[in-house]
Design a binder for this molecule. Structure first.
Ligand SMILES: Cc1ncc(COP(=O)(O)O)c(C=O)c1O
Length: 364
């Protein structure tokens, strides 16, 4: 592709010198699991997300599972999740031994709302696991008010929203805890897998610390049956380097998004902009009724795109047993029409202008 959807090598190129120097130093030191780099990153990332505590874990899915387990909810508790999220959000509920209940998102923001949550709440609902999808925060004031009214825990899935804000407050600082992924394509991406749980609750943080390390707080003494899911020293060191440029990188993506907004004609449904939100465009998702044709047309012209996501979670074979007979028309419509455009740290404003111009000629 002339303009690929993503080029992770190019995204990481500006950090090459700092990363390789750091790698050499770590190789020299020979300490790879749970050391100063993990502690250093945890402190920096807790601060960045407006939290007191952060625990680095192996990936975003485990961050979600551990956040839920640390709530210590009774078996059979229902957890409300968005019907249009990446499957990991829903898998986390299942792996935590809880019952996922899907709520439809707002069709214009693609995010859960207080109303959507209220529509599926039952007497068994104990928590909401919401996702700030595509880099946009859910409207948290109404959601937190609803959660307070019914005594629900709120876990934020921030895998796509590093640095996003709502009313000047960062994603990951609203709920009981928040889970982040550092998968290489994320706004803050490692050079491998990584994740973190952030919270202001010391007991919750301690529980996640045990869970990630065989249930052990003291070497060879195991308090609970835990996992092996630790952020490693090399990734933690790399993430500290990249965290320093995260705001700048997010600003770059916001500038690219503004060019799409100014340039694309009205045949495309654009991501909404709202006054209280600062979105970080992990994904710049537009919608079009002829999505597949549009995607093929762009590919013919050398432009790479993606679909996040082609199959709604309730139609995935893995989840068929959980949601048989249930219908989620809003999620279906989003999945049928959504298209992700090139909008990364490695894309230039000229490239994005070119994509927008090409798109405006689609079907003409
Ligand atoms: C919304 C969402 N939740 C959770 C995850 C899981 O993160 P990971 O791939 O690090 O397990 C991802 C990304 O992969 C995601 O996009």
């Amino acid at each position: 592709m002339r303009i690929p959807y993503e080029n992770i090598a190019l995204v990481n190129a500006p950090y090459r010198k700092a990363l390789t120097e750091k790698f050499d130093a770590l190789l020299e030191r020979g300490w790879f699991i749970l050391g100063d780099e993990v502690t250093g990153f945890e402190q920096a990332f807790a601060h960045y997300t407006g939290n007191v505590y952060c625990t680095g874990v192996g990936n975003g899915l485990d961050a979600l599972i551990f956040s839920l387990l640390a709530l210590k909810l009774p078996a059979g508790s229902e957890v409300i999740v968005p019907s249009n999220t990446y499957i990991a959000t829903i898998l986390a509920v299942i792996h935590a031994g809880l019952v996922p209940v899907l709520a439809e998102p707002d069709p214009s923001t693609y995010n859960l709302t207080a109303e959507g949550i209220e529509n599926v709440r039952t007497s068994k609902t104990r928590a909401v696991l919401l996702a700030h999808l595509y880099g946009k925060c859910c409207s948290m004031t109404a959601i937190m008010a609803l959660a307070e009214r019914y005594g629900l825990a709120v876990i934020e899935d921030c895998a796509q929203s590093h640095g996003a804000m709502y009313k000047g407050q960062p994603a990951g600082s609203f709920g009981t805890a928040a889970a982040f992924s550092f998968y290489p394509t994320k706004n803050l991406g490692a050079l491998g897998d990584g994740g973190a749980v952030v919270t202001n609750d010391p007991a919750l943080d301690q529980h996640v610390r045990l869970l990630r390390n065989y249930g052990s707080g003291k070497k060879y003494h195991n308090q609970i049956p835990g996992w092996n899911s630790r952020l490693d020293e090399i990734q933690a060191a790399f993430l500290q380097i990249k965290l320093q440029s995260l705001n700048e990188m997010n600003r770059h993506k916001q500038e690219l998004a503004a060019i799409y907004r100014a340039g694309l004609n009205s045949s495309f449904i654009l991501p909404v902009e709202e006054p209280d939100h600062s979105d970080v465009y992990h994904i710049f998702a537009i919608r079009h009724p002829d999505r597949d044709k549009l995607r093929a047309y762009l590919a013919e012209n050398g432009i790479g795109t993606e679909v996040h996501y082609p199959v709604p979670p309730h139609r995935q074979q893995a989840l068929a047993a959980y949601f048989t007979g249930q219908e989620f028309p809003v999620s279906e419509e989003i999945h049928r029409t959504v298209l992700s455009l090139p909008c990364s740290a490695a894309h230039t404003q000229e490239q994005v202008r070119e994509v927008a111009e090409l798109m405006n000629r689609f079907g003409k």
